[in-house]
Design a protein around this ligand. Structure first.
Ligand code: ADP
Ligand code: MG
Length: 138
C-alpha cells in the first residue's frame, strides 16, 4: 500500500511518524530516504512520540550510528549517512529488528533490507513543502 501526503511544516511531517508509532509491532523496519534536510529526523521524532518515548531526545545521531530509546517497545534510530554500504552491511541491522522498531536514515546504504520493511521517502518540494511517500509491503 502506498500513501502520499504533502506536508507544509516540520510538525506535520512529525505527525505522520507519530500516527504510525502506536501501530508498529516489534520487528518493524522503517527505511527512510530523502536528501539532507528533507525531514527524516523530524519523522523519527514523531515516531518516538507515538511510541511513548521522549521525542525531544531524538536528533541526528551524528557520532552514534545507532541511538536506542527504551520504553514499552524499544526504538533504534540508525543513521547511515557517514558510513559506507559495506560498513552498513556489517552493522547487524537484521539482528536489531528482533529487539524493537528500527528506523534507518540513509537506508539506501543497506543493500539487503527485509522485504517487509516500510519505505518512507521524503522529497523537498521547495520552501517548507515536502512530499512524504509511505509504502508498506502488502
Ligand atoms: P533530515 O533528517 O532528512 O536531514 P531533518 O529532519 O533533520 O532532516 O531536518 C528537516 C529540516 O527541514 C528542519 O530544519 C525542519 O524545520 C525543516 N522543514 C521545513 N519544512 C518541513 C517539512 N514540511 N517537514 C519536515 N521538515 C521541514
Ligand atoms: Mg537526519
Amino acid at each position: 500500500m502506498t500513501r502520499i501526503t504533502l506536508t507544509s511544516s516540520e510538525q506535520e511531517t512529525s505527525a505522520l511518524g507519530r500516527d504510525l508509532g502506536p501501530t508498529l509491532p516489534i520487528g518493524t523496519t522503517l527505511l527512510l530516504r530523502g536528501d539532507l534536510g528533507a525531514g527524516k529526523t523530524a519523522f523519527v521524532r514523531g515516531l518516538a512520540e507515538g511510541m511513548g518515548l521522549p521525542a525531544e531526545a531524538v536528533s541526528s545521531p551524528t557520532f552514534t550510528l545507532i541511538q536506542e530509546y527504551r520504553g514499552a517497545r524499544r526504538l533504534f534510530h540508525v543513521d547511515l549517512y557517514r558510513i559506507s554500504a559495506m560498513e552498513a552491511d556489517d552493522l547487524g541491522l537484521d539482528e536489531l529488528t528482533t529487539q524493537g522498531v528500527v528506523a534507518i536514515e540513509w537506508a539506501d546504504k543497506w543493500t539487503s533490507p527485509p522485504a517487509s520493511a516500510i519505505d518512507v521517502h521524503i522529497e523537498d518540494l521547495g520552501g517548507d513543502s515536502r512530499r512524504v511517500t509511505i509504502r508498506t509491503a502488502e
